[in-house]
Design a protein around this ligand. Structure first.
Ligand SMILES: Nc1ncnc2c1ncn2[C@@H]1O[C@H](COP(=O)(O)OP(=O)(O)OP(=O)(O)O)[C@@H](O)[C@H]1O
Ligand SMILES: [Mg+2]
Length: 454
């Protein structure tokens, strides 16, 4: 074991991640067999300070390894730890850090072209901090279809790839089984070496975790909603795909130095325990683009729009870049490029934008659909007591769960409204979603009238 490999292991097991500068000096020079006095002479630090810092480092390592670690035995304990970690399969630790130069092995799978990309600086900064500095182990990019999750995940991976030894980007659009995805990831991470793959999902997950410990890997799984059940509260797994839940939980709860990024229209269940701003799981709700970004999108399609027009369109489509791109094409093809005329005629939804919302709506439970109809009818912010009044058969618990699920699916927005009497959470739909649901409601009413008159 080299000193860099040893430091890599230590930074993996320590809750705080990286060693401080002085801790690294103590670690490196103690590894070479130097006493605190000798380290003090060569580094210029005070001997007492080095002893205190050293004691606290050995204490943290004792906690992490569940064994008494001291300046005298830390090499032995690290070597023993490395042996037990690699007993299932021999994996050479490959630690990317300032300690040595490394090259990243990237496998982008079917990642799309992202050369046209505007804004998202704040999102990229947050995500980089979570993954690179905070060492989050599982990060979810959530939001409605077309909002830009896939694009953002690719930009993110391009931006931080140097910090990893492996970057793997995969889409779950074709509903790959858990066995297939694990086999695929392991084939990549073993660098094409012939390894004996365990048959069970559990065995493959353990092996994968070993690789995620030994190397710093960034794995991105796109379109995670494909393996989640439709017509149900958001986030439950499709039958036969529960193994993904097991994989995500293991990645979240086990100590390793890698990160899994999921993109999804719905939030997978079972990870809440590990989620929080100081915990290993983080969620970013991807929201709409700004007016300025909308202007760029239109410009790339050959249409020049004013900032007022951009504002109207961003409000209408919630800043959804896919809806904006489709709209720009529609304006060119159906309105001869006349943006004013399009805005004036009012209708926001047809063609592909309609289809996008249809895909979302079809996945809702009956209660979720009912709530959407109530919100579309009221056309204003609606409070929880008002919803309870309107939906006679629903319990408060079911209502709250359904609202949470709709929020996670990005189909409703929440605001806290304050009146002289009280402050309460209220819900509303974006204009385009409202237009879609109102049309659905009209369709249903017409259908019911037609059936009655038959
Ligand atoms: N920041 C951006 N700037 C310009 N275009 C963007 C941006 N983000 C996304 N787009 C464009 O919007 C479209 C939808 O983006 P993307 O496929 O990333 O959405 P998504 O959230 O992954 O959707 P889905 O849930 O359907 O997978 C793409 O054509 C993409 O090029
Ligand atoms: Mg996508």
């Amino acid at each position: 074991m080299t000193i860099d490999e040893a430091i890599g292991i230590v930074e993996t097991v320590l809750a705080k991640g990286r060693l401080s500068k002085v801790e690294e000096i103590i670690f490196r020079q103690s590894w070479e067999g130097l006493s605190y006095l000798e380290i003090a002479k060569s580094s210029g630090y005070d001997t007492g300070y080095l002893k205190d810092t050293g004691s606290s480092l050995w204490r943290s390592l004792s906690q992490a390894f569940g064994d008494k670690v001291s300046k005298n035995n830390f090499q032995l304990i690290l070597k023993r730890h490395a042996q037990t970690q690699t007993s299932t399969v021999s994996i050479k630790p490959n630690i990317p850090s300032s300690h040595h130069l490394q090259t990243t092995q990237c496998d982008w799978g079917e990642a799309i072209d992202t050369s046209i990309f505007y804004g998202r600086n704040a999102e990229l900064t947050t995500l980089e901090k979570w993954i690179v500095s905070d060492r989050a182990r599982l990060v979810m990019l959530l939001g409605m279809g077309g909002i830009g999750k896939t694009t953002l995940s690719i930009k993110l991976a391009e931006q931080i790839q140097q910090k990893f030894t492996h970057v793997i980007w995969r889409s779950l659009r074709n509903a790959l089984t858990i066995q297939d995805i694990l086999t695929d990831l392991l084939a990549h991470l073993s660098n094409g070496q012939a390894i004996a793959l365990p048959e069970s999902v559990n065995g493959k997950i353990s092996l994968l975790i070993n690789y995620l410990r030994a190397s710093r890997c960034l794995v991105i799984l796109d379109n995670t909603e494909t393996i989640l059940r439709a017509g149900d509260r958001a986030g439950n797994y499709c039958p036969g795909y529960e193994g993904y839940g097991q994989l995500f939980r293991c990645i979240a709860e086990t100590t390793h130095q890698s990160c899994l990024v999921l993109t999804s229209r719905e939030k997978p269940r079972g990870l809440a325990t590990y989620e929080g701003l100081t915990l290993p799981v983080r969620s970013l709700y991807v929201l709409g683009l700004t007016t300025e970004a909308a202007q760029y999108i239109f410009q790339a399609k050959g249409l020049c729009i004013s900032s007022e027009q951009g504002k109207v369109l961003v409000e209408r489509y919630g800043g959804n870049p896919l809806a904006l791109k489709i709209t720009a094409t529609n304006i060119q093809e159906l309105f001869d490029g006349n943006v004013c005329q399009f805005i004036y005629q009012g209708a926001a939804l047809f063609g592909d934008v309609w289809q996008l919302l249809e895909q979302h709506f079809e996945r809702l439970s009956d209660l979720e659909k009912h709530i959407m109809y109530v919100l579309a009818t009221r056309k204003a912010w609606v409070s929880i007591p008002e919803l309870l009044d309107d939906i006679a058969f629903v319990s408060l618990r079911d209502l709250l769960e359904a609202l949470e699920s709709l929020k996670v699916r990005s189909l409703i927005e929440k605001a806290t409204l304050t009146t002289p009497e009280k402050t309460s959470p209220c819900f509303m739909q974006q204009p385009a979603v409202m237009e879609y649901v109102s049309s659905k409601l009209l369709e249903q009413t017409n259908l019911a009238l037609a059936t009655l008159s038959c």
